[in-house]
Write a protein that binds this ligand. Structure first.
Ligand code: ADP
Length: 265
């Protein structure tokens, strides 16, 4: 096993592999390059079950790449990812995305435009569990209710919905898989300010009620503060600081972080 590089104490609040840690996700010293460009330089992060972590940082700092590694869309070059006590990436081991209990909501939601809202959501359902059409429809109605949409929306097409409604459908589709961990990549950034706050509140409530662990990539400082229990500041492929949002914003670890967070206001 490789000797782990010394990491800043703040960058890892809980030791990796600590059985008493209640960690849902432990990322240990993960690196990733695309061609000659190293995008992640040894990232370590622990996430406790049921909490929400916001990853903030400038564009191009590696936030989306980290989410994609957690989801299993990409493999790390070195380091390990442990999800619910299972090594999903590390050494020669790589559990594919569809075998991880993880939901992913992209920036634009990316609904299937030719399918109704109901069919978009049903796409995520476990076919073995919801065999009959009636059972699937009942579950779709339940998921719509979780994201504060009327059951009648199931028959509409995505382009008949507002941006905020489409994002909530994307979340319902991701929730349909019953993930224990939800990854949200700037899910509200395409929405106008008013809708963004309302949608964020609806999503935060839904995730809390479902007891889902969440990791949110965001540019929005207010979003990180109101949404997250833990903030991780990403910079040039490294986590510069990880901690309670209030502490990170009031006591940034260095000038660059302070300036970045200041800019984000
Ligand atoms: P962020 O989400 O913080 O904006 P990204 O993770 O999207 O950052 O990107 C980090 C860097 O990695 C960028 O320079 C980007 O161009 C590069 N990158 C991301 N994905 C790929 C890829 N599939 N192939 C090549 N370069 C990539």
């Amino acid at each position: 096993t490789p000797v782990p590089a010394p990491s800043r104490p703040a960058a890892r609040s809980v030791p990796a592999g600590d059985p008493a840690s209640n960690s849902h996700l432990v990322i240990d010293n993960v690196t990733k390059s695309f061609g000659d460009v190293q995008v992640l330089h040894g990232v370590s992060l622990s996430v406790h079950r049921g909490i929400t972590t916001a990853i903030v940082g400038p564009s191009g700092s590696g936030k989306t790449t980290l989410l994609r590694l957690i989801a299993g869309f990409e493999a790390p070059d070195s380091g390990s990812i442990v999800l619910a006590d299972e090594v999903v990436a590390g050494g020669t081991r790589l559990v594919p995305a569809h075998r991880r209990n993880v939901g992913y909501v992209a920036q634009d939601g990316a609904l299937f435009p030719h399918l109704s809202v109901g069919r978009n959501i049903a796409f995520g359902l476990d076919r073995k569990k919801f065999r009959s059409r009636a059972a699937a429809e009942a579950r779709v109605a339940e998921l719509l209710q979780m994201v504060s949409l009327e059951p009648a929306y199931a028959r509409r097409r995505p382009d008949e919905l507002s941006g905020g409604q489409q994002q909530r459908v994307a979340l319902a589709r991701a929730l349909a898989r019953e993930p224990e961990l939800m990854l949200l990549d700037e899910p509200f950034s395409a929405l106008d300010a008013g809708l963004r706050v309302a949608t964020r509140k609806a999503v935060a409530r839904t995730l809390a009620e479902a007891g889902v662990t969440a990791i949110l990539v965001t540019h929005d400082q207010g979003e990180a503060l109101s949404f997250a229990d833990q903030v991780a500041v990403m910079r040039r492929g490294e986590l510069a600081q990880v901690g309670n949002p209030f502490v990170v914003y009031t006591r940034p670890s260095d000038r660059e972080t302070a300036e970045f967070l200041g800019d984000a206001v």
